[in-house]
Design a protein around this ligand. Structure first.
Ligand code: BDR
Ligand code: CA
Length: 314
């Protein structure tokens, strides 16, 4: 099987961590590196979490730290959702693998530059580092096959009425990415809020009994608590959809749309504005995911987590 070479880039974060659990267990993917971004918590915390998650799942690939701040905006965090550590709820091993000295923009440039085939980037946090990469190395654009990202929502936001967290944290960076011309798969709230893991699914995962399964079940309990209080029936594992879209595209419904990022505005900064009726006459710049086979998604996650009990991922 021809594998898809990918870079995982995120701000773990419960759903980032589950996205990486899925990616690492997916034979369709060849993970070339991982990188942290600031978002759910400070870059120090998300980097520590990223390293602990990699250690838990045995993902020993080059790893680098992202920038400490968005391009222009002040940093924000999502402690209400992910806790003070950025990944509360389960005990994790201390980092066992070394980290590169260069920052994530330099490491992405090196790995993409040296690759003989185009690479797909999977950002599950704010797009700061991906935008910085594109601005510093425009010559590498043609070596980026796709950006399969979690962020935005063409119907509504979650951190403001119009904006989703990852885009709101760094709208200027998102603007650079959406204008880049690189094919984008956008796993926004339109689809990720349908990617619900129900409490009975947590039990299915816990019953797998391997160390990763037990941690994922604890992460889900913690992550769901915030969402339960605001009326969700399950935990929306947003970031894992950006990975699932690569390994099981048939689970997704999508629309090809031209999407612009609102960087100003009194109410709508950070909104992902989709031109549904082609008023601008522009070619689509994003495959916007709109629907998901929820049961298929849950089964995919459960099967991925089960691999940690056997064979390669034991
Ligand atoms: C996004 O925001 C973060 O809190 C999650 O990790 C996810 O990437 C959802 O809006
Ligand atoms: Ca995230």
């Amino acid at each position: 099987m021809k594998k898809i070479p990918v870079i995982l880039e995120g701000d773990p974060g419960h759903d980032d961590a589950m996205a990486w659990v899925l990616a690492n267990a997916s034979p369709e993917l060849d993970i070339r590196m991982v990188a942290s971004s600031c978002g759910n918590q400070t870059i120090e915390k998300t980097t520590y979490n990223a390293r602990r998650v990699c250690t838990l799942i045995g993902l020993d690939v080059p790893m680098a730290k992202g920038r400490p701040r968005p391009l222009l905006a002040e940093p924000m965090a999502a402690a209400s959702v992910h806790g003070e550590s950025g990944l509360d709820g389960a005990e994790l091993p201390e980092p066992a693998y070394p980290m590169e000295e260069m920052d994530s923009v330099a490491l992405m440039a090196k790995i993409i530059g040296e690759s003989s085939e185009p690479i797909t980037i999977v950002p599950t946090g704010p797009l700061t580092n991906v935008a910085a990469l594109l601005m510093a190395h425009p010559e590498l654009k043609e070596k980026i096959a796709r950006i399969s990202m979690m962020g935005g929502g063409v119907q509504y936001g979650n951190w403001s009425p119009a904006a989703e967290f990852n885009i709101l944290v760094d709208p200027e960076a998102a603007d650079v990415v959406f204008r880049s011309g690189i094919p984008i798969t956008m796993a926004g709230l339109d689809v990720t809020e349908k990617a619900l893991i129900f409490p009975e699914d947590f039990e299915r995962i816990r019953a797998l009994g391997n160390p990763v399964a037990l941690v994922v079940a604890q992460w889900l309990e913690f992550f769901y608590e915030f969402h339960r209080e605001i009326g969700y029936e399950g935990a929306p594992v947003h970031d894992a959809v950006a990975v699932a879209a690569l390994v099981r595209p048939e689970l997704m419904e999508s629309r090809d749309l031209y999407v612009q990022i609102e960087t100003k505005g009194d109410f709508c900064r950070g909104a992902t504005v989709a031109d549904f009726n082609n008023r601008l006459g522009k070619a689509p710049n994003a495959k916007v995911l709109m629907g998901i086979d929820r049961q298929g998604f849950v089964d995919l996650l459960v099967e991925a987590i089960a691999t940690y009990g056997k064979g390669e991922n034991a």
